[in-house]
Ligand binder design. Sequence first.
Ligand code: ZN
Ligand code: ZN
Length: 280
Amino acid sequence: MFGLLSNELRLEILQQLWERRGEALSFSELQSQVAVRDSGKFNYHLNMLVPEFVRKSEAGYLLAHAGKQAIGTAVSGHFSDVSDLDLGTVSAGPCVLCEGTLEAQYRDGEVSVDCPECGELIARMPVPPITVASITPERLPEVFSLHLLTLSRQLSRGFCKLCHGRVDSKLTALSPEESVTHHPELNVRFECRACGDETNLNAGAVTMDHPAVTSFLFDAGIDLRETNVWTFDSILDPETKIVSEDPLRLRLVMELDGAELVLTLNESAAVISHERRPSG
Ligand SMILES: [Zn+2]
Ligand SMILES: [Zn+2]
């Protein structure tokens, strides 16, 4: 597939079709948009894209699904220079580990949230430039939180963030040297069976998709879509414990309004039991 797109003229064709937002273009219209005089050369490259990336219909040429995906990835900014996108340092709310105020930053294609007071890195993740290019700086933490939740949902439901192949998830609690999270026990690694892509996420964030968690939060008046995910202490919870090493079992506790939700995760970071009880 990448060989087929390894030509600037072909990418240019996809981009011209993408910019028309679903409007079909005739051969000559498309050729004049791309500004290639040599019809033979243009025809050759256009035909290389049909039918996988470009669909030929009676009305003209249109983007096929794979063409939209390919140009969408290019347009989202993964391939463009991101060094000049500067949103500065933005407050991201109180730190649950100390009295400090968290700071969010966008740098070199990644958003990070950390605490200058206690020095803790709360979250860091690549975010496509297109996601942050159009927002005001104050919205960076909120948009980043939504992005994290979306990614975590996609992965915990078993889909690769790059190729949509199936992923396997694993608690990497027993290898703390690889951990990217505050507590090594909380690290979940997702690995794609198709492309081999690896993502590490916090187990607390991964469980946010479970109905027991969303309903627990909702009953306490919290809509997860409107709350920065790092404000929940279960993500950084000192009460997190490995309750068994063989088989591997992790216990997470989330506390809100005098109630706690206790979750047990297996070695694949799936919630195998949950219990609500009064906190004490
Ligand atoms: Zn702190
Ligand atoms: Zn993949």
